[in-house]
Design a protein around this ligand. Structure first.
Ligand code: SF4
Ligand code: SF4
Length: 219
């Protein structure tokens, strides 16, 4: 089967979906209509077919921290988001509709090779089956699959609720490795400013929280 261009390099398209969702949420414009429009825009822009709509909508669901369900229409997603206080497991989501597009190229296969924890069976023609009890959510297979067949749920909406709420101050606890994460042109001071612009009270070193927990434990 010839691979369809629409599915190639899906990581980039996924980030585009996520960026739009973040915009909707910040602007209080997260509605079924806006979600439908986002799916239609992605379909048009990258020449997906009508039959790919469940695949695109599942990526929208997963980017909002919800489970994929292969439906071509949104129904109770907004109600689920209202109730959501944290993203429920499993974090790794299998998105139907993509594996058939890469069968020939990845026969082997890259997603399977990426898993070091025997958490995945690879079935020719249908792709991986994830064994939940063994999966450590390390994310290696999601990076290896460039067709968007595997994705991890993004825990952003509960965070936005916290950031928009008045009742508590929210601190970003960053590991020292953040210094190299965005390349040498981005300084830690710039990142701290960016976090504050997003609504965090401040950015602090994660070791500080370890000290606070240690202190509390000693009381
Ligand atoms: S999960 Fe594996 S088989 Fe499926 S599209 Fe990705 S790389 Fe291909
Ligand atoms: S997330 Fe990690 S452990 Fe789970 S199936 Fe993928 S590679 Fe394996």
């Amino acid at each position: 089967m010839a691979e369809r261009e629409a599915f190639h390099d899906f990581h980039k398209k996924r980030m585009e979906i996520f960026r739009e969702l973040v915009r909707y949420i910040w602007q209080d414009n997260l509605t079924i209509e806006s979600l439908d429009k986002l799916a239609a825009d992605i379909k048009e822009k990258y020449s997906f077919r009508e039959e790919d709509i469940p695949f695109i909508k599942d990526h929208i669901r997963v980017a909002m921290g919800l489970a994929p369900n292969q439906r071509a229409f949104f129904s109770d997603e907004l109600a689920e988001l209202k109730r959501q206080e944290r993203v429920e497991g499993p974090v790794l989501a299998r998105i139907g509709g993509a594996c058939k597009e890469c069968g020939e190229r990845f026969e082997g296969s890259e997603c399977h090779e990426a898993c070091k924890y025997e958490a995945q069976m690879y079935v020719k023609g249908t792709g991986p089956i994830i064994i939940e009890e063994k999966c450590l959510n390390c994310g290696r297979c999601t990076v290896a699959c460039s067709f968007g067949a595997l994705a991890d749920k993004i825990e952003f909406i509960p965070l936005v609720k916290l950031l928009k709420g008045e009742e508590s101050m929210v601190f970003a606890a960053a590991a020292p490795s953040i210094a190299g994460q965005f390349g040498e042109d981005v300084s830690v001071a710039q990142l701290r400013t960016a976090f504050k612009l997003m609504g965090f009270a401040d950015m602090v070193e994660v070791a500080l929280f370890a000290d606070i927990l240690d202190h509390k434990g000693g009381l």
